[in-house]
Each structure stands twice: as C-alpha cells, then as structure tokens.
Design a protein around this ligand. Sequence first.
Ligand code: M6R
Length: 610
Amino acid sequence: MCGIVGAVAQRNIADILVEGLRRLEYRGYDSAGIAVVDLHKNYTRIRRIGKVRELANAVATSNLIGGTGVGHTRWATHGVPSEVNSHPHISGDITIVHNGIIENHQALRSLLQDRGYTFVSQTDTEVIAHLVEWERRTATSLLEAVQKTTAQLQGAYGAVAMDSNDPERLIVARSGSPIVIGHGIGENFIASDPLALLNITRRFMYLEEGDIAEITYDNVNVFDASGQHVERAVIELHAQQDAGEKGKYRHFMQKEVFEQPTALRNTLEGRLTHDAVITESIGVNAVDILNKVEHVQIIACGTSFNAGMTARYWFESIAGISCDVEIASEFRYRKFVTRPNSLLITISQSGETADTLAALRLAKKCGYMGVMTVCNVAGSSLVRESDFAFMTRAGAEIGVASTKAFTTQLATLLMLVTALAKQQKRISKAKEKEIVQALHALPEQIEQALALDKDIKALATDFADKQHTLFLGRGEFYPIAVEAALKLKEISYIHAEAYAAGELKHGPLALIDADMPVVVIAPGNDLLEKLKSNIEEVRARGGLLYVFSEQKSGFEAAHNMKIIRMPKVNEITAPIFYTVPMQLLAYHVALIKGTDVDQPRNLAKAVTVE
Ligand code: M6R
C-alpha cells in the first residue's frame, strides 16, 4: 500500500510527481504529498489530506519549483489520515517517503527521543527520517547514511531519501515493498509501479530484495544487501501509455469490466491451437514439473483466492489431481504438511500482496517440487521469486475491485489444468478439444454478457436500499457467488454473504425475509435440479429471488422472483461467464449508492503490508 514517486531531473518535476501519484492512487488515497529541492537548495513541501486531486490543486496554486523531489500517496497504517501524518517526512535536511511497515519503530522511536529528536507524527516512517539524519552527521554520503539506517530497520520498506543540502541525488532502498527505477535521458525516476512513469519512460530496472540504489541525472548505482555494487537489467516495457486513463468510461472498474473480451483474447493468444493447449507456452521447465505433479497447493488472497477455489474444482474434475486452496495469511502462520510431489501455485493480480509473497517464501523452504505463480504484473516480486510464472495478461487493473484480473486468472488456470491433464494423459483428446473451443468462444460470449448491462442496471435499484444480500451457487459456482458477494460489499458497502446453496438449511435460511435479496447463480448443469429445491426453500419463506439462468432452465418469473435470462454457454467456462453479470450488478448498485467505486473506503489495490 502507499505509492511512491521520485525524480532527479534538470527540469521542474512538480507535475511529473503529481501525475505519477495520480497513477499510483490505487495504492492508497488517504493523503498525499510532495517535496522538491532546486539547485540553490531551496526546499518546498506540500501535503494534503484526501485524494491526489487536493494535492494537485495545492501544487497548481503554489510556486513550487525543483528538479529533484519525492512524492507519496498514503494508505494509513500507523497514525490516522491527517496532514501531519502524511509523507514526505522531514528531519533536518533529510526528507523521506516510505511504503511498508517498520516493525521495530517503537524501540527506534525511544532511542531517537533519547538522542533529542522530537516526533511530530504518529507514523513509523518518521523514525526513518530521524535515523537517516542521525547517520548523515557522521557518514561520508547520503548513500552510506541510508545503508547504516536500513541495517537497523525491521519490517518492510520501499523508501526514498533526499538531502536538501545535496540536491542532485536520491537514495532508494527496497526490502519487502516493490520499487522500480525509470531510466530517462539525463534524468532518472523512481516509483512503486512502472505505471506511474509510463508517460515519461518505457525503460525500467526492478530493484531486488535488499537493494539500495543511488540515483543522479546520469547514473543509477545499485548495491545489494551486502553492500556490493551490482548490475540490474534494464528492460523495455510495452504496456499501453493510456493504461492509467479512464477514456470514455466513468470509472476504471467499468472500463476494466468492459475490457474483459480483449483481456481474455490476450490471455489465450499463443497458448491454444484450434483444438489443443500448447503446453510449452507455460514454459519448458514447467512442462517437466507438470509431468510429475501429484498434488497442487494454491495460495492467494481476496479475489485471487476465489479464482483458486474455482480452479480446485477443475484440478480435481478435469485433471484428477488433488488440490488444496488456502488463504495466504492463514497458510503462512500454521504448521502444514507438504504432500509428496506437490506444486505450489500462488495467484495474484499485483504480484506484490505481502501475505502471498510471505507464503511463497515460506513454501520455498518446505519441500514443494516447484513454485509457480499465476500473476498479472510482469517483473513483480511473485513473478521474480517463483520458479515459473504463467501470466494472465489482463493489462493494468486500476480499480480496487478486481474484475478482469479474476476472469483472466480463471482462463489461465483452466489452460493450466488442461495442460496438466494432457501431460499426464488424464484427459481425452475430445475433452481437451471441448475445453479449448469453449475458451476460444469465451471472449464473444462475454460480449453477450456485457450486453445485459442495461437490464442489470434496472435490477440494481432493488438492491441499493437493502442492508444485506445473499448469493447462492453450487459446485464451481459457489466460489463465483463468493466473488459476487465480495464485489458487492467492497464497492457498495452492503453486507453480502455467499453460501453453497445446499448449506442454506443449516443456518442461513433463518435470515430470509421480505427484505433479503437472494441472488442465485443457476446455470443449466447437473446440479440445477438440486438448486431448484434450494430456491423453493427461499421462496417458501418470502425471500426476494434473483435467478441468473439459461432460457431453457424451466424457471418462470413470479411474485418475488425475477429471472435474468443468460445465453447458454459451455458448462466448463460458465463460471467465467456468470462472473460478468455479478460484476455489473455490484457496479450499478454502487453507482446508485454514490460510493467511490474505484477507491472504496479503507481499501487499497495492492496490499503490500501484512
Ligand atoms: O493483487 P492480488 O490479487 O494478490 O490481491 C489480492 C486481494 O487483495 C484482492 O483480490 C482484493 O481482494 C480485491 N480488492 C478484490 O476485489
């Protein structure tokens, strides 16, 4: 959480910093600030509580000029969102911006108070500012002062230090929080995510764990955790520059929902023939491992966890391989048994989720035959630290509510399951062909689901004044119901829960009354008749039913029961297809409620703290 930008340039960088923060706002949006220094050592800092636009307004009416500077958009961890807690933090000539959590901040705070430092904020970050200031008094350079400081820090940080007395350099340190360096011509930049700088450069260097880099106009010198000078590759990114723009859409979430046909086409490209999966497209090393896998352990958080839960049905029913799925924050803190020949798969949009990353690092020491990630961000920590990555190719996802990342994760996982089944000769040629053709048909079918937008918008009015909503599904549609509930609560603040429909009579049926909307995901499959009985249980108790089902499913609209007719699609890809109306429903309810759809309260896009 929190977004960082920095620049060392021979031009005024205020607008670059503000634009970078605007693009990073998905990482946190409680408050924002920038600080710049010019060649005459004139220093200015502006901070504002609230969104980046508050900061942008303040910067526009100021006389802020400088070629070296840092910026920060905050998601509060230590200390309430307030101007005094916003970054950058200052100690003497030293300015710091920081993403992460310093776990030993209390001990350091006491030490620094004993040395005479006065703290003005409640943040853990302020200890970094004072520590660097203290070390700078005796160190030969800012670099050395930061190296001595990081040796005393415990926890996670991506941090940038600036010395207003030395205005042509920045020092950046990475430990547990992502940092990239953007390379320009006669100028260099720093950010938490390349997206912040795509309007300026395409050439990026990813810092590795423990790296500290010194950035000037012309040079980027990187030192590893042991202080050795190291080379890190500079790569060219081909991401779209308009990735950070809403275009014709009102919200990023809406844009990303409607981008799903394209995102899915990109995900499938080069990985399927007309009737088969191209196993090698997962990677040569991956194929060796797939041949031997006897068990799969999936680890993820939030929406990515729901993708894993859906994939579990596929691993077991299509590939006949046992699969466990666990929330990363649980997995990392319990004693678990690693099964023989088990492949660990992490799933993540950002590739930076702290719990998932920690679970991966733990798993690497626990005897898994390999660690793989299904991820959307090239160069992210999960991608770099896994044995191999199967990329989802959804494109940049900015809305905090994950949408196209989820459907592309599902498509990627289905390809992986099919490849695994094929490698181990557990699938017939005909079944493989059926899955592949269903995947090929999916982008067009998602377009049909998106065409329901108007109908779902009309339906949304029924939900906006309700306090609660239940979502029901069976089999692989149960995790889709869980994802639907997550979307609704996340952006509309309506309490929503999902149940496996067969579980209803074991408790939740007591909740049903005339104020309880119950959304049922009811595709035509083997479980439809069972689901119909569950629907009757709700009807008999006066619940308000909204049934998403196919034309020929036999449902008739009735008092307190609306039927949303869905086109018929292949059973295997149906979970991906039925996700789309659920996303649209959450979006339209949130619109009516007037919430901040792209940046819902208390949340951030990339959860890089525990
Ligand atoms: O980047 P990741 O996929 O690892 O993120 C995991 C969750 O934080 C994320 O899916 C979150 O639940 C979304 N906001 C849900 O829409």
